[in-house]
Design a protein around this ligand. Structure first.
Ligand code: DP6
Length: 346
């Protein structure tokens, strides 16, 4: 019986499809700036909360020796040239690591609009890293998937874990120590919500990648950010360890304001927030000022949409309903990390 096994050629490997689901994450200490653009190594440590399944990407990957090129379908459409190039480059990395030269089918669905400042590249590349590494036969740990996801998009490194997540910038030149770790499980944040106010769901004009490169190159304020962000990081990290939202609310808002100030200080200036975004920020500040507790903290990514972390979603939503220019409100819980499914997309 054993001898039968040796009748198969040694190179015979059966590739199977794998499906991974990853949720997006919204940072509370922001990543904005790279110390190495090729390896996607950040200039500072960052912290995020992973969102629930309302902001998620499901991706199925199968390597298939009958293919003459990679096939990439995103949200039921052929990927455009730019999207295809990013996925293809990422698959090349996976192929190199797995020592295979076979093209792949990739089908990926988002539960929310791509590139609308809701961190679709975070869930997208985390799901792709999980599905592609497994489909290529790489038996990676979560830490290795986190490192791999980073090559697709920096923020994707954090979407591998649920709850509160820290991305350590690392010091190694090859980036081997730059990956995410979980600071606190989603189970510890059952009453925390991110109320997302969608102001504009269109594709953003300046991508995070291009924008942060310009900030690093031209902003003088950015040097100050690098000196100050470490203290904010420690405050938020300690607050998370102690499960204390109030202790980090002001610091979360300060870090978002600081990042957007650096964007404005970039030459030419980058402006993502609009009038409605600023109205929302003011409303949140007033809400905290009027009550004796800090019940909400806003944070804005590379887009006008507002993310408002709060333990009092009802009050925040009723205030948002008064503000003109908000197209949709999503109430997100703190969600889980990457997981896998047998329900494949093809
Ligand atoms: C503002 O991860 O999209 O959301 O690494 O170039 O792909 P690349 O950038 P990306 O940047 C996200 C920036 C941010 C802040 C954050 O998520 O920390």
């Amino acid at each position: 019986m054993l001898s039968c096994i040796f009748l198969f050629p040694i190179s015979f490997i059966l590739f199977m499809e794998f499906t991974a689901i990853a949720n997006s994450n919204i940072a509370i200490i922001k990543y904005w700036g790279k110390r190495d653009e090729k390896l996607i190594l950040p200039t500072n440590n960052s912290i995020s909360f992973t969102m629930d399944e309302q902001l998620s990407t499901t991706t199925t990957v199968e390597f298939d020796s009958n293919l003459a090129r990679d096939e990439v379908i995103l949200d039921s459409k052929q990927a455009d040239e730019k999207e295809f190039a990013r996925v293809h480059d990422f698959l090349n990395l996976v192929r190199a690591r797995a020592r295979i030269k076979i093209f792949a089918h990739v089908v990926s669905n988002n539960t929310f609009p791509k590139a609308a400042g809701l961190a679709s590249s975070a869930s997208g590349f985390a799901a792709l890293a999980g599905a592609a590494s497994k489909a290529a036969g790489l038996n990676y740990s979560e830490k290795e998937i986190s490192v791999l996801a980073r090559f697709g998009s920096g923020s994707a490194t954090r979407s591998v874990y649920g709850g509160a997540v820290e991305w350590q910038k690392g010091n190694a030149i090859d980036g081997s120590d730059s990956y995410a770790i979980q600071l606190s499980s989603e189970k510890n944040w059952k009453n925390l919500r991110n109320i997302i106010a969608i102001i504009d769901a269109e594709k953003k004009k300046v991508s995070s990648r291009a924008g942060m490169a310009e900030t690093v190159k031209t902003s003088k304020l950015f040097r100050h950010r690098l000196e100050a962000v470490g203290t904010r990081f420690e405050i938020v990290r300690n607050a998370i360890k102690n499960n204390n939202f109030e202790a980090m609310a002001d610091t979360i808002m300060e870090d978002s304001d600081d990042m957007h100030a650096c964007m404005a200080d970039t030459n030419p200036p980058i402006v993502y927030m609009n009038e409605t975004s600023h109205k929302i920020a003011k409303t949140v500040r007033q809400l905290n000022g009027d009550s004796n507790e800090k019940i909400a903290a806003y944070t804005f990514d590379a887009g006008p949409n507002a993310n408002i972390y709060t333990t009092n979603p009802k009050e925040v939503k009723s205030l948002l309903n008064e503000i003109e220019g908000i197209k949709k409100i999503i109430e997100c819980k703190i969600g889980e990390g990457i997981h896998y499914s047998n329900k494949h997309l093809f």
